[in-house]
Write a protein that binds this ligand. Structure first.
Ligand SMILES: *Cc1c(COP(=O)(O)O)cnc(C)c1O
Ligand code: SF4
Length: 364
């Protein structure tokens, strides 16, 4: 049996384990959802051994069957442009060099990204951690998780632990409960965060049992990853609502992607849709200098212009911070509003282009 559009009306559709079992992994399976183009078929064949092709039926059902430029489809279906991109790195943030123990990435003194899982519900073509997702060598064995926990225990500066991957919500409730409990028992770990795309790609994973378990480990914060307004479905809204009702603040980290969300209209619609779900746009990342992703990148100047254009035109908290991630941490990218000093005044430019002079004498 192979999943197809008819399954969306059947009860098993909302069972997240069914969704994982029935994931699309071949051109033949994809053909039950969309009409694959020659380029998509070639890319699937060429990339089979490089970066896995996996899609949940739920996310596949959001794809436009007739439009290869569909913003959902382009995020998850391979394109031969990936193979034609000779530049770009496997590990542009040099994360391996920043790992004191396997899968713990430390670029700041007080917080870490802890890649607890190498699996995701589906694989995004622009994924920063392409080198690890779906690769068995990056899976964490129990003793490796214990080794990472031991490192956190003996590193008292760490007050904020971000569980990421891969996707930590692909773990069972029991395994995640154990891991969060171990972290919560460390006195210097104040904050637990989860980075997960499952509210977007497999929202049925966010069950009442899951959120009840997460709430036992508060304070827990979640950042998810919506990139396009088409992803703001009733199912995704329900997942976010469950999380926020359990007292978990939910933020969003998107990636600026050419042809997907790089116009002011799409970005504003996405961000306004997120705040309607009570999800706060947190970061929007410049797409990394990563192998196979040149076709997704937008010049940084255009990105800065896009976010500058949102100021004054929508709620302040609907505007994410546009950032470039580097091996030295995240760097905010913003077109300068500060024009400089003139005598005892500084000159700033407002959202609508007015120059404003603010009295601001130098310190005596
Ligand atoms: C993004 C990131 C964090 C968290 O950064 P915040 O700006 O606090 O959200 C921590 N560690 C690493 C390695 C990161 O990439
Ligand atoms: S969900 Fe996140 S970690 Fe997983 S493939 Fe997509 S971008 Fe990568």
């Amino acid at each position: 049996m192979t999943a197809d559009r008819g399954d969306a009306a059947r009860p098993h559709w909302r069972d997240w384990t069914w969704q994982l079992r029935e994931r699309i992994r071949s051109a033949e399976a994809l053909a039950r959802w969309v009409l694959p183009t020659a380029d998509e078929k070639d890319a699937i064949a060429l990339l089979a051994s490089r970066f896995h092709f996996v899609i949940t039926p739920y996310y596949a059902a959001l794809m436009d069957p007739d439009d290869p430029n569909c913003p959902i489809r382009r995020q998850v279906v391979p394109a031969t442009a990936e193979v034609r991109d000779p530049a770009g790195l496997a590990d542009p943030l040099d994360e391996v060099a920043h790992s004191p123990v396997k899968n713990v990435i430390r670029v700041y003194p007080d917080r870490i990204a802890f890649c607890v899982n190498n699996e995701c519900a589906l694989y995004c073509r622009f994924c920063l951690r392409k080198r690890m997702v779906g690769e068995p060598g990056w899976a964490m064995k129990q003793r490796e998780l214990e080794a990472a926990l031991a490192w956190i225990r003996r590193t008292p500066e760490i007050r904020d632990v971000l569980l990421t991957g891969g996707d930590p919500l692909v773990f069972s409730d029991a395994r995640l409960d154990w891991l969060l409990g171990e972290l919560r028992a460390i006195p210097h770990v104040e904050l637990l965060r989860l980075g997960t795309r499952l509210p977007v790609t497999l929202p049925f994973r966010v069950t009442d049992d899951l959120v009840a378990m997460l709430a036992r480990h508060h304070p827990v914060w979640v950042n998810t990853h919506f990139n396009h307004p088409k992803e703001l479905t009733p199912e995704a809204a329900e997942a976010c609502d469950r999380l926020t009702r359990a007292g978990i603040p939910v933020g969003n980290q998107s990636v600026l992607l050419r042809g997907i969300n790089d116009t002011p209209d799409v970005m504003r619609t996405l961000c306004e849709g997120l705040v309607r779900l009570r999800v706060r746009p947190y970061y929007c990342y410049q797409a990394q200098w990563l192998e196979g992703t040149a076709h997704f990148r937008v010049p940084i100047e255009r990105g800065m212009e896009l976010f500058r254009g949102m100021r004054g035109r929508t709620s302040g908290f609907a505007i994410p911070q546009y950032v470039l991630d580097t091996p030295h941490g995240k760097v905010p990218l913003a077109a300068p509003s500060f024009r400089g000093r003139e005598g005892d005044e500084v000159v700033v430019e407002s959202w609508d282009g007015h120059l404003w002079r603010e009295p601001n004498p130098l310190e005596p």
